[in-house]
Design a protein around this ligand. Sequence first.
Ligand SMILES: Cc1cc2nc3c(=O)[nH]c(=O)nc-3n(C[C@H](O)[C@H](O)[C@H](O)COP(=O)(O)OP(=O)(O)OC[C@H]3O[C@@H](n4cnc5c(N)ncnc54)[C@H](O)[C@@H]3O)c2cc1C
Length: 409
Amino acid sequence: MSETQKIVILGGGYAGLLTAVTLQKKVHEKRAEITLVNKNDYHYLTTKIHESGAGTLDSEMVRYPISSLIDTERINFVQDEVMGIDLTKRQVLLKNGSLPYDYLVVGFGGIPQTFNIPGLEENAFFLFDFEGTEKLRNHIEKQFEEYMMDQDKSRLTFVIGGAGFTGIEFLYEMIEHIPALCRKYFIDESMVKVVCVEADDTLLKGYDPRMVNDVLASLQGVPCHFQLGLAVTSCKKGEVSFSDGSAIKTNTVIWAGGIKGNPLLKDLGFELINGRVKINKFLEVLGYKDIYVLGDASVCYSPEGKPYPPSAQIALQEGQYCGYNIACKIYGQPAKPFQYIHRGTVMSMGRKHATGVVYGNHINGRFGAFMKYVIEMRYFYMLGGVPFLFREWKKGIRNKRQIKRGERG
Ligand SMILES: Cc1cc2nc3c(=O)[nH]c(=O)nc-3n(C[C@H](O)[C@H](O)[C@H](O)COP(=O)(O)OP(=O)(O)OC[C@H]3O[C@@H](n4cnc5c(N)ncnc54)[C@H](O)[C@@H]3O)c2cc1C
């Protein structure tokens, strides 16, 4: 290895960005040349895209130019798409070239899990990335607009596939946004139908029962229909079908069925679990001291041997740890193993309420929403300290005022 190490980070999501931000502080420029690759020139807050997707939050509140989040003097940002990794030549293959590495950090997330359901990939919308949720936001509004012209009822039927964390968060945003859309297009609210189907016999599977109770209590009397124990079996233009033989005519199926590993990781010979890479306690790929796989692209295990579910919380901690671990290697110091601190889970229930468990304590309602806001602010602090936190806080207030005045949707 040369004196100046080449560190290549793939993906500017939570994990990749935090690795970059940590490295720029911990490693002197003479010791490392850091490159961050992302397919877009922006970073988006995945934890908030359900809001912009439903139309309850301005899109510009969830995405940030990457150049505004990193020290561009220290980190070379490359906007390109990763096409593969050549482990023998120690190179990353990009759409427009290649990049050699001494240390490689893979943080390009996963892809939606579609369980090979026919037609889903082609016809459904996915709560997964910024581009997808932007398409969804425009599509939803268009359905209301076009209903005025053709009175086609299927335009006002929205089917959410999956009653997990993401599906439920989106459901609340939809419910909140429907009255505004109905007012705008002079449509009776009772014409709009929101259906959430879940193959399992419970919603929010694996989450604290107190969160489930909060959801069930708050949805009483709300015009949405839950169907548990019903799987989506196919999806075609204008119709979605289910395991009991029934079907719903709809132009909008929103799929929130979870994620699986990125196919780019498939043929590398890494040990995979549902397409995600198994990593050791230093977040390294088994058998490789110089390749780290973080966030949704990997599976990290607790000391008891249980896999942690993918989340932004773990992706952030992994990113920070990875920066520290590489710095230790560069300076020849021993690194402690990664230790995940699970602080809790907070799920939004629309803009003003949330439910969750934080440090073992159940929270809900407006206090829950406040905690969600605190978590978001903490992230801004991690990225850019007090100045960035303050800037985002002011931006949020400005945006709320504009929404109140009707200047933004
Ligand atoms: C709607 C929604 C709500 C959520 N809410 C929460 C929550 O409240 N709390 C929580 O802890 N978790 C939540 N999650 C889960 C959380 O967002 C993910 O676990 C987290 O984003 C994973 O981070 P990551 O860095 O691994 O990947 P990502 O955040 O997905 O980032 C991957 C990055 O890589 C880029 N990329 C992908 N492929 C390529 C390529 N081939 N070439 C170049 N760049 C590429 C992408 O553009 C993206 O910038 C939510 C997820 C969703 C979808």
